[in-house]
Design a protein around this ligand. Structure first.
Ligand SMILES: Cc1cc2nc3c(=O)[nH]c(=O)nc-3n(C[C@H](O)[C@H](O)[C@H](O)COP(=O)(O)OP(=O)(O)OC[C@H]3O[C@@H](n4cnc5c(N)ncnc54)[C@H](O)[C@@H]3O)c2cc1C
Length: 493
């Protein structure tokens, strides 16, 4: 668990006064009782009170905050809804949080071009709700979509159940309007499918608040499918279930969703939402088909055949919309359900080639014995995006440290089998050391070069996502000759 640092009172007063000189009082919070709600994001094991929180309502106020921070060299942490799971919105003790809570306007829904223009603090689900009257919706659907913001989705390149078929945030955003640390407003991308010049939009999406503040986003909307049905397939062991995932994709089927839950997960969620899961199965797969009635009937038939051939012990198909939503409600509520069986949980996020699912799941089972902790697996199996939930009790000495070590071992295994240390939750603070496992120094220096190009004073969300040479050396993943670190000029940390 992280210890909270404090900033000298005089510094807090200096920065608050400079902000108040340019902004209405309601925008600037600096009393600890007001800033406490911002001390962590969804990775609640790490907490830090920010020096100041700002709540701008328009672009001019965002630019004024950036001006002050630049002049006084104050680090900045952008924040959406704070549902991030990797500590990306974790405050910095001498920094300013820019919350987008008041930048929450849906500017335009254009049914003709099938796009929506929204401010960054608009909730993911609110976009689909606004588009529903035109028979359209925004496809990327993180399980946190009721709360998380589009600004946070852009910063994390978020995914969700439907991203296997419809793509991640990066595939569904056409344009972002961004405030840079210099106080300029730039637009990346455009209204058309491609924009001239280098693809800076793709660089920006997934940059975890380190390159600029998102002020406005143009997203693509897609037609709501006429019909959707979901299969729940049961498996006697996780290896057969894991291999079945690869079989579905190998058969040339791209389901609208392909999710896996192991027995620990289905037993943890069933008493909570009564989704109708087979809690005797070692693993269940949820496989969705969407489209016209004919397309869905055909795909459900083909998927059922493939799943049976791959060793499914039982198959149930949703018979109506209410049942389909019930099957998904268990999956969508898996994280909150973890809180019912364990005081704390640590959600990892790594991606692996699908063909290694069975191997990685059995290795995680063995690690449960090594680290003496239980782990529930509920994840976007079709994308190979694992979400092991490591269950622990922070009040028991050493359990948090064991949970962290368990998580790091899973990520190292993901890299070993050719995968990555993140699929959709970002690196943030949580996985910064694992970046030293995934990347060599040359690659990390290239990432710093990109950051410096956007943010020369290195004030935007510093200390997150890209580890310094020093950090990797401490983590034991970089050779240091004669005590001299390469690239000592990389600032902070
Ligand atoms: C129960 C639960 C389920 C989840 N399920 C999923 C899932 O299925 N798929 C998935 O991908 N994620 C999931 N998440 C993680 C999380 O919801 C996403 O990462 C989401 O995109 C975060 O959005 P947010 O608004 O909460 O951002 P925050 O947590 O506030 O911030 C996340 C990052 O974005 C940056 N940021 C926020 N707003 C801006 C902005 N305007 N400009 C620049 N940077 C900004 C922050 O600095 C931070 O680095 C889940 C989380 C929870 C708690």
């Amino acid at each position: 668990m992280s210890a909270s640092l404090q900033v000298p009172v005089e510094r807090r007063q200096q920065v608050a006064a400079a902000l108040r000189a340019k902004l209405p009082d309601r925008v600037v919070l600096h009393d600890p009782e007001d800033t406490r709600p911002y001390e962590c994001d969804g990775l609640a094991a790490y907490r830090q009170l920010p020096m100041i929180v700002t709540l701008p309502s328009n672009e001019a106020e965002v630019l004024a905050i950036l001006d002050v921070c630049r002049e006084l060299q104050v680090p900045i942490v952008p924040r959406g809804a704070g549902t991030g799971l990797s500590g990306g919105a974790l405050p910095i003790h001498d920094g300013v949080v820019i919350s987008t809570a008041r930048l929450n306007r849906i500017v335009k829904v254009d049914a003709y071009s099938r796009t929506a223009v929204v401010q960054p603090g608009v909730r993911n689900l609110a976009i689909s709700e606004a588009a529903a009257q035109y028979g359209l919706y925004y496809a990327p659907d993180p399980s946190s979509q009721i709360a998380c913001t589009i600004g946070g989705n852009v910063a994390e390149n978020s995914g969700g159940v439907h991203c296997l078929k419809y793509g991640l945030t990066v595939h569904n955003v056409l344009r972002v309007r961004v405030a840079t640390i210099d106080g300029e407003i730039v637009e990346l991308g455009g209204e058309a499918l491609d924009a001239p010049g280098l693809d800076l939009l793709a660089v920006f999406i997934g940059s975890e608040g380190m390159l600029g503040i998102v002020l406005e986003v143009t997203v693509k909307l897609v037609p709501k499918p006429a019909v959707a049905q979901v299969i729940m397939a049961s498996f006697g062991d996780v290896v057969t279930g894991g291999n079945a995932v690869a079989s579905v994709i190998a058969a040339g089927i791209i389901p609208a969703g392909l999710e896996m839950m192991d027995r620990t997960s289905s037993r943890m969620v069933e008493p909570f939402v009564r989704a109708g899961y087979d809690t005797d199965a070692a693993a269940i797969l949820l496989c969705e088909a969407d489209g016209t009635a004919l397309e869905v009937a055909e795909e459900i038939g083909r998927m059922s055949e493939v799943l049976q051939a791959a060793g499914a012990s039982a198959i149930a198909v949703s018979q109506n919309e209410a049942e389909r939503l019930r099957f998904w409600s268990g999956r969508k509520n898996a994280f909150p359900a973890a809180g019912r069986i364990s005081p704390d949980y640590y959600c990892m996020d790594g991606t692996i080639p699908r063909k290694h699912l069975a191997h990685v799941l059995t290795s995680i089972e063995q690690m449960e014995t090594t680290y003496g902790l239980r782990c529930a697996n509920v994840f976007h199996a079709g994308d190979g995006n694992m979400h092991p939930l490591i269950l622990f009790d922070a009040n028991k000495p050493g359990e948090f440290e064991r949970a962290e070590a368990f998580g790091a071992a899973i990520l190292a295994l993901c890299v070993e089998v050719g995968g990555t240390i993140t699929g959709e939750h970002g690196v943030g603070m949580e996985k910064i050391d694992s970046m030293c496992v995934q990347f060599g120094r040359a690659e990390l220096d290239a990432f710093f070069a990109v950051k410096r190009a956007f943010d020369p004073p290195m004030l935007l969300n510093p200390d997150k996502a890209i580890p310094t040479p020093h950090r990797c050396a401490e983590f034991g993943r970089m050779r240091v000759s004669g005590g001299v670190l390469p690239f000592p000029d990389i600032p902070r940390f």
